[in-house]
Design a protein around this ligand. Structure first.
Ligand code: SF4
Ligand code: FES
Length: 232
């Protein structure tokens, strides 16, 4: 751990802006800035990945680090900032970790096969409202990895469950539903993520409020796929 003192933090700054100012000061002094990940700064890309005072994405519920503001802290506070910690997310430098394991899980099955071309008519495939809403709830996952960082087993089941639910709840994603569950769960295991033991820390840390119901859906799809004979 390195200690840095900052004496003019505005309560209106976001957490990342506070780090920007710190890095500018370090650069002016000829010191190396702190490496940290960020992109959209709007809570939608999932890049900002910091454990703040022991909590993935910090103290505010359903808030990414980029949406966390310094008004939640007091003058004189000491704040501990760490990268995500999980074997499957190796630390690259300082606060940056490599989350490409998530990309490989998505590549294994997190897609649908559909003809490209112009977009189909919106009403061509009627979808019950309840299904559409549940699919959209899980589609809110931004792939940040906080669920992994918060889980004592470093499990990625909330992330994988969200992706499997989002696609499998809609008719467009149904043809590959069973193959997808097997492929994504196998990819998750081969990347070295742990298994769920029902701590539910993932749900508490998720900035998008993804429910652990997604994990149950993933387990059901995986079990059904495992019991269904597959043509070679
Ligand atoms: S399930 Fe939540 S915590 Fe996990 S990757 Fe998706 S948005 Fe992040
Ligand atoms: S920087 Fe994109 S979600 Fe935080």
């Amino acid at each position: 751990m390195e200690t840095y003192h900052q004496d003019d933090v505005s309560p209106h700054m976001s957490f990342l802006e506070m780090l920007d100012v710190l890095n500018e000061r370090l650069a002016q002094k000829g010191e190396e800035p702190i490496a940290f990940d960020h992109d959209c700064r709007e809570g939608i890309c999932g890049a900002c990945s910091l454990v703040i005072d022991g909590r993935a994405h910090g103290p505010e519920r359903e808030t990414t680090v980029c949406q966390l503001h310094m008004r939640h802290y007091h003058d004189g506070d000491t704040i501990y900032v760490e990268p995500w910690r999980a074997n499957a997310f190796p630390v690259v430098k300082d606060l940056v970790c490599d989350r490409s394991a998530f990309d490989r899980i998505i590549a294994a099955g997190g897609f649908i096969t559909a003809h490209t071309g112009s977009s189909p008519d919106a009403n061509a495939i009627p979808i019950p409202k309840e299904d559409a809403e549940r699919a959209m709830d899980t589609a809110a996952c931004i792939g940040c990895g906080a669920c992994v960082a918060a889980c004592p087993n470093a499990a990625a089941m909330l992330f994988v469950g969200a992706k499997i639910s989002h696609l499998g709840l809609l008719p467009q994603g149904s043809p590959e539903r069973e193959r997808r569950a097997i492929a994504m769960v196998e990819a998750m295991d081969s990347e070295g993520f742990g298994n769920c033991t029902n701590h539910f820390e993932c749900e508490a840390a998720c900035p998008k409020g993804i429910s652990v119901e997604s994990i149950a859906r993933m387990n059901r799809d995986f079990l059904r796929s495992s019991l269904t004979p597959r043509s070679s």
